[in-house]
Design a protein around this ligand. Structure first.
Ligand SMILES: [Zn+2]
Length: 230
């Protein structure tokens, strides 16, 4: 039995048919064009131009300013060398796009879909990827995010804010059959921390957090992301 999950979305029912009618041929060609637009080759996206326009002043590994340009990657992206930690890096080092084989355009499209709560099934269809690819990408996003926060320490002026999102419908608590008003425990509190370079968002609690909750979330419990001047 054919595994539908692994099916490529590149194919149409008329690919190997030599007797397509005009409409079938038209749909086939337009679908293939669309597929190519969704999956551009790295060399066709002007990505190197975009990445090389980013001004880099510090080493992506140790923040040293003793860096210099040294050669290009195979995709024509500027490479840098750090005189202090003796490592090479590029504008994508330490970002979600590091070591990417698909274009940034494709990644952005995919990320916009999942950050807008698109299901794996939907993003697979929209981006014309097999379900396996979409599932793999989602796992990759989580692995990257986990790695991103591993050694994260915020520096300088740190901004901290909160956003609230409703819990899913079945978890909504009511009082006398009515929804609770304002920032109740029916809302997740997402704390967002930013220092003009790094950003992290974590689920703090349900409802409005106290200073203690925020402090414990961002400073204590294995998450010493910044130092506090007391
Ligand atoms: Zn360095």
């Amino acid at each position: 039995m054919k595994n539908r999950i692994d099916s490529s979305r590149q194919k149409t029912p008329w690919d190997n048919n030599s007797k397509n009618n005009v409409l079938q041929e038209f749909i086939k060609c337009k679908y293939k064009d669309n597929y190519r637009i969704k999956h551009p080759k790295l060399s066709e996206t002007n990505e190197a131009e975009l990445l090389n326009s980013i001004e880099i002043k510090e080493c992506r590994y140790c923040d040293s300013e003793h860096i210099r340009k040294r050669g290009f990657t195979k995709n024509n992206v500027q490479r840098y060398y750090c005189n202090d930690c003796k490592r090479y890096f590029s504008p994508t080092t330490g970002t979600i796009f590091e070591g990417h084989k698909i274009s940034i355009t494709e990644w952005i499209e995919y990320l916009l879909d999942i950050f807008n709560y698109g299901s794996t099934n939907l993003t697979s269809k929209v981006n014309k990827n097999s379900m396996n690819t979409s599932t793999y990408w989602l796992q990759k996003v989580f692995i990257l995010l986990e790695k991103y926060r591993e050694n994260l320490v915020f520096k300088g002026t740190v901004y901290l804010d909160e956003m609230f999102y409703s819990v899913i419908k079945k978890d909504i608590d009511t009082k006398d059959g009515k929804k609770l008003r304002g920032i109740s425990h029916n809302k997740y509190c997402i704390g967002i921390c930013y220092d003009k370079r790094n950003i992290i968002a974590i689920v703090e609690c349900f409802g409005k957090p106290t200073t203690e909750i925020t402090y414990n979330n961002f400073y204590k419990s294995n998450r010493t992301w910044f130092t506090i001047n007391s």
